[in-house]
Design a protein around this ligand. Structure first.
Ligand SMILES: [Zn+2]
Length: 398
């Protein structure tokens, strides 16, 4: 059964009918337009889990990232500075880029999962804008400090895997006290790598102990991967500088074919500020501020509502998520307003389809946060509006 169709504008209904008719009579070339930014995709249509073997071309490689960051830094008139925040398990640089001098700090990271690539492209575009000489960028730089960590997991990026490229024996070599420990639950023995986004702990000084392994999704992580350590080190330095890391955003991708409650289309982005069911389970974290997270999510949602644009197809990621070992969960406990971006489609299942639109959507969403800090409206947002964002759901099959 389908959900009842929400009210749709006449032009939108017409477009659905036209596309459906074209599919029925098989006009060559028309199906291509389904993936373009302008066309809506009826839920009855074939969503498509194939990429035409172009899954990675067009995404940003580690070397391209190096060149782009150098170029952005050089052309920014000193506004953007790029540093090496750490090194991946295979020795690739993990860069951070900083722009702005404002008292409010926003940390954004991308590609902690190597096969989730739109966030990295969006961060480069955002850095180019933030470093330019426009009046708007100048105002932002006065109000906000933005620190981006594009491609936190460069090894996974090159291998096009979710995991990093670290073995359990690499971990034991670095932490000999774990020789007798059971292998961490987030280690993929088949592929040989960790889900880095389960390696975080709200205690930034946590030292791994054998008794804490193998752990599970409802408990905290350990900082046993160099990628999580790099993110922690950037976060800790900002916390020491600003007192609190005010906003932390983590840019991901999800499966391509979800919809939302009451939607007649596929969702292009799911967002969330909820990663911790009960903060008291993890110790005393008095700065945990769920309403601040909800406000940041609403700021992003509002920025992406623009008529029938595909960018308006934003949904709320499942809210029964309890993942204290994620970067979002751990940093939320420390008091950051947190937001997860789950952009449509992972590299193997979606490739570059809708690449430009999806990248722009992430960038526009980030500017929803940055602009609302700059003009002072973020704190006036009613956090309860978060509950009105349509929930993500599977496409109903009749
Ligand atoms: Zn992810």
């Amino acid at each position: 059964m389908r959900q009842a169709m929400p009210t749709a504008s006449p032009s939108r209904v017409k477009r659905h009918v036209a596309v459906a008719a074209a599919l029925l009579i098989g006009i060559p070339g028309v199906a291509v337009s389904l993936t373009g930014p302008a066309a809506a995709q009826p839920l009855e249509s074939h969503c498509g889990n194939e990429t035409g073997n172009k899954s990675v071309q067009g995404f940003i490689s580690h070397e391209e990232l190096r060149r782009s960051l150098q170029q952005i830094e050089q052309s920014s008139n000193g506004h953007v500075s790029v540093d090496v925040a750490g090194y991946s398990n295979q020795g690739r640089e993990i860069w951070s880029a900083r722009v702005g001098e404002g008292d409010t700090v926003v940390m954004v990271q991308s590609q902690i999962h190597g096969n989730e690539m739109h966030g990295t492209a969006a961060l480069l575009d955002a850095l180019r804008t933030l470093g330019n000489n426009s009046k708007r960028s100048e105002e932002i730089r006065k109000a906000v400090t933005i620190v981006a960590v594009p491609k936190l997991n460069p090894d996974g990026g090159e291998l096009v895997t979710r995991q990093n490229a670290r073995s359990w024996s690499d971990v034991v070599a670095d932490f000999p006290q774990l020789a007798s420990a059971r292998t961490a639950w987030n280690y993929n023995t088949r592929l040989g790598g960790f889900d880095v986004n389960r390696d975080f702990n709200p205690n930034l000084d946590y030292v791994p102990q054998a008794g804490d392994f193998p752990g599970n999704s409802a408990s905290t992580g350990w900082y046993i991967t160099p990628e999580a350590q790099a993110a922690r080190d950037v976060y800790r330095a900002l916390e020491q500088e600003f007192g609190t890391v005010h906003v932390f955003a983590d840019l991901h991708n999800q499966a391509a074919c979800y919809t939302g409650v009451g939607m007649d289309d596929f969702t292009t982005l799911s967002i969330s500020g909820r990663f911790i069911t009960n903060p008291a389970q993890h110790g005393n974290w008095p700065k945990f501020n769920y309403d601040a997270s909800r406000r940041v999510n609403v700021a992003v949602y509002d920025a992406l509502q623009s008529g029938n644009s595909p960018q308006s197809k934003v949904t709320l990621y499942p809210q029964n998520t309890n993942l204290p070992g994620t970067a979002l969960g751990s940093f939320a406990l420390r008091g950051s307003a947190t937001i997860l971006f789950e952009t449509r489609g992972q590299t193997q299942s979606w490739g570059q389809k809708q690449h430009g639109m999806l990248t722009k959507q992430v960038e526009d969403g980030l500017f929803g946060i940055i602009d609302s800090i700059t003009d002072g409206t973020l704190n006036n947002i009613d956090p309860e509006r978060y509950e009105l964002i349509p929930e993500r759901m599977n496409v109903p099959r009749s």
